[in-house]
Design a protein around this ligand. Structure first.
Ligand code: ADE
Length: 228
């Protein structure tokens, strides 16, 4: 089974660099994942290909209309499809979700723009996802973040060894890495890493993972405190 991802957007050109670079490009070339970009404007039945309109009740901006998005999803959806709406009010994305998504047969990612979606579009999606508590101009960057993180977890895309100790598996971060030179501007590589003593190296890395995880969790807590 090759996971298939359909992305619905009004700005397909935003994905060009993303799909044609590095690991994502290689995964596509090796047919380990299939990614299709669709402009949902093409699913508008309006003669001017209209996709948005003024909000009922007044207010700023334009709202994405139901019809083009319902048409696009109904055309692309199959039996095992998960339809995901990208919205700042959705469930916050994390590594566990990336792993779950990497095992799905077919995903449709719906990218919004303007003031957002007509609320009724939520009735045709399976899940609403946010990549964090901040507002972007659209769902394209969130879609890229999600596709990037799930694609690298598809078996064969990167070496399985790279995935073992990385950050946020089991909610802990990766250990710190160093490469040559041994000393840079007075900063030395920890002695133990030069020792060739595997048990000590492994203990050092475990200790550092715990220390850096606590530090990362503390930094996030401090932010919450500041908001009080
Ligand atoms: N669209 C705009 N901001 C977003 C966010 N933070 N996550 C997902 N979709 C978005």
């Amino acid at each position: 089974m090759v996971p298939k991802i359909d992305i619905l957007t009004l700005f397909p050109e935003m994905f060009e660099g993303f799909l044609n670079t590095s690991i994502i490009k290689r995964a596509l070339d090796n047919k380990l994942v299939e990614i299709n970009i669709h402009n949902f404007r093409e699913y508008s039945l309006d003669k001017h290909k209209k996709v948005d309109d003024y909000p009922y009740g007044g207010g700023a901006g334009m709202v994405l209309m139901c019809e083009p998005i319902f048409n696009a999803i109904e055309t692309l959806r199959r039996d095992n499809t998960k339809v995901i709406m990208l919205t700042p009010s959705g469930k916050t994305f994390n590594q566990k979700m990336a792993l779950e998504f990497s095992k799905l047969e077919h995903i449709i990612l719906l990218c919004g723009h303007y003031e957002g979606f007509d609320e009724r579009i939520k009735t045709i999606v399976d899940m609403e996802v946010s990549i964090g508590d901040y507002v972007l101009t659209g769902g394209e960057i969130p879609a890229m973040a999600i596709v990037d993180s799930l694609t690298r977890l598809i078996p064969g895309v990167i070496s399985s060894e790279s995935l073992v100790n990385e950050s946020w598996n089991d909610n802990i971060v990766d250990y710190p890495n160093y490469t040559r030179p041994e000393e840079f501007r007075g900063m030395k590589v920890p002695e133990v890493l030069l020792s060739g003593h595997h048990k000590n190296i492994s203990e050092f890395r475990d200790f550092e993972r715990k220390r850096l995880t606590e530090k990362s969790n503390m930094m996030n807590l401090e932010e919450v405190d500041n908001e009080k």
